[in-house]
Ligand binder design. Sequence first.
Ligand code: F6R
Length: 260
Amino acid sequence: MEVVILPTYEEMSRAAAEVVADQLNTKPNAVLGMATGSTPLGLYQELVRMHREEGLDFTQVTTFNLDEYVGLRPEHRQSYHYFMHENFFKLVNMSPGNIYIPSGTTSNYRSFCDWYERRIKECGGIDVQILGIGSDGHIAFNEPGSSLTSRTRLKTLAKSTIDDNARFFETPSDVPIYAITMGVGTILEARTLLLIASGKNKAQAVAAMIEGPVTSMTTASALQLHPSAIVFLDESAASDLKMRDYYDWVRKKKPDAPQV
Ligand code: F6R
C-alpha cells in the first residue's frame, strides 16, 4: 500500500485526480469505480477542471458507482444518482449509456446485484476504484463485520453511519437504513484502488486501515491485501499513524528508486 500524506484537502484532491487522469490518458476507455460523500468532491471538481481546461475526455469512459440508498429515487436530492449527476456527470462529457449506479428502487435486489456484478465483468473490470472511508472504517457501505469476500448486495447501515450521514438530511430519521453496495470482494478485484481521506474524524479509521490487522471489523483494512492500493491523506486524517516518518521517507526517495 502506498501512503501519500499531503498538507491540505485541496492538494490531496489534486493528487488523486492526477492518478485518474493518468489512467485516462493511457487508456481512454478505462472503467472507473466512483464514490460519493463529501471527500471525493474536490477530486471531482479537479477532474471537471481538467476536462474544461485541458481537454480530459470522458466519452469512452465507463463508470460504476459503489453504492446507493435503498428507497431513494434517482431524482431525490440525497440519492447518490443525484449527487453524481450534479457534481460530476453533467459537468463532463460522459456518454449516458456508460454510467452505472446501483438501483435503490429495484423490485428485485438479488437479481439486480447479480446483474451489476456481471456488468462490471462484461465491461472488462474496474481499472481505478475511487474510495472514501467511513469513521467506522467502512469502504462503500461494507459496515464492520462485512465479509472480506462479499459481493454486491443489500446491506443494513450501522448506527454510526446513519448518524454521520444525517448531516445531509433534514432529520436523522430521514436517513435510509438500507443500502445496496458493492462488496469488499468486488472492490478488491479492481486493478488499482485509490482511497482518499480527510479530517481528524477519519484519523482513527485510517490508522486501523493502514497499520491495524486485516479484519472485517475495519473493512478498509482489506486494502492491505491488494497489490496496487494508493491512499491519499491530508494532515489531519494522517494524524494517528505511527509509521508517518516512513511514509514520508518512501515518498521522498521514490524519484531515486530503481525502475521496476
Ligand atoms: C460513498 C461511500 C462511503 C463513503 C464514506 C465516507 O459512496 O462509499 O463509503 O466514502 O462513508 O463518506 P464522506 O466522504 O462523506 O466522509
